[in-house]
Ligand binder design. Sequence first.
Ligand SMILES: *Cc1c(COP(=O)(O)O)cnc(C)c1O
Length: 467
Amino acid sequence: MGRSESQQVLSTLPSVDELLKSPEGTAWLTVFRRRIVLNAIRDIIASTRDALLSGRLQSFDRDALIRDIDSRIRRDSSFSLRRIINATGIVLHTNLGRSVLSERVLQNVVSVSIGFSNLEYDLEAGSRGKRHSHTTRLLREITGAEDALIVNNNAAAVLLCLNTVARGREVIVSRGELVEIGGSFRVPDIMATSSAILREVGTTNKTHLYDYTGAINDQTALLLKVHQSNYRVTGFTSDLPVNKLAKLGRERQLPVMYDLGSGCLLDLKPFGVHSEPSVKEVVEAGVDIITFSGDKLLGGPQGGIIVGRKKYLDPIRKNPLARAVRIDKMTIAAFEATLMDYLDEARAVREIPSLRMLFQPPEEIQKRAGRLASLLRKRIKGERFFVIRDVSKAGGGSLPEIEFPTFAVSLKPGNISVNELERKLRAGTPPVITRIKNEALLFDARTIGDGELSAISDAVSGVLQPA
Ligand SMILES: *Cc1c(COP(=O)(O)O)cnc(C)c1O
């Protein structure tokens, strides 16, 4: 295209003002914010002009221009962080927001946050109170620990504890526990940031009592144990059981800390899980400081919980870093309501969504998968939907060795690739996140809510048989 030709095409490009005054422009302005409409028109006109000038585009089509502006306006008018449907079967999916909170927990967050609260006000004394007081009693009751504190997340909890107890001094850790959890939590890095000095002992696969004993010196501040999270050393291995480490700490008058990672408040043995000690068991083993996440197996909001002996928690609470990683009232409200459910274990498994999804009977998952399959079959002709058996994972580095038997709806689409279908469902409204296995798209019914079945069938139908 010659220069004069492209000039001619450019001159037919509508101006911002023309588009604002067009019927479409008027319609946009009645629904959307003026600033969003204006920016969208400007941006799309500018990018169309650039494309014409550079020759990437030979001519433009008014309808296409309007469609582009319309979708930009819609994108910019919707929130970036929004609800999605998790059909992956992974319950504690770090990328999908980890734990899901119950309506009752959220009602407490709303009722505390929509007005003023006694966050730091002692209603009996009529004077300043303590923000941490609202959750300490419940945590002590549930874990049997002397004292408790909640901070922003478990990474912050570990950092804060190390910085308080071992700044400038040595912390003894087994080489088998120098793990990276993902999302850049690496034990050696956290140690360096906390100003504690890492003293590695043992080997990757074996660490013995004598390794710890041999490393203790007058610079030793702490004996640390770290949960290996989603990593396992198998075969010829041994590590020092936590009660033996606690005993060593007592004999040498050194505090013992355990970063439990997930931190389960329930005894999971009745559910067939024998690998994960409850926090209460770790307290009973004699560990002085225990840290764990609020939004992994506990099923609460994001937070890092520290429980243990008052003697160590008092200075931890007074560390200026504690102020930097403190939690807000919404988190406290969500924790208090979640922890209240743990006073009755049967209730916890029923009411806490993460626990319910993990430990629901397979027959229930099968029924839900069956209902989804029949909805899809009714709605979409010419495709075959099967209910299949599969396994799902807990996620979030929790219970990595356990495969939870599950049921999923499986689809091998006829007229579109499985990757394309996965992508389109992910880009839809609401986004539906699925997983692909053996060339089939799977909708794992473990993490799908009963109220989400029709939205999934709408989404699949929207992609496979567009109007
Ligand atoms: C998950 C995990 C952490 C980090 O916890 P966050 O709450 O995500 O900050 C730290 N240590 C271990 C062992 C973990 O599993």
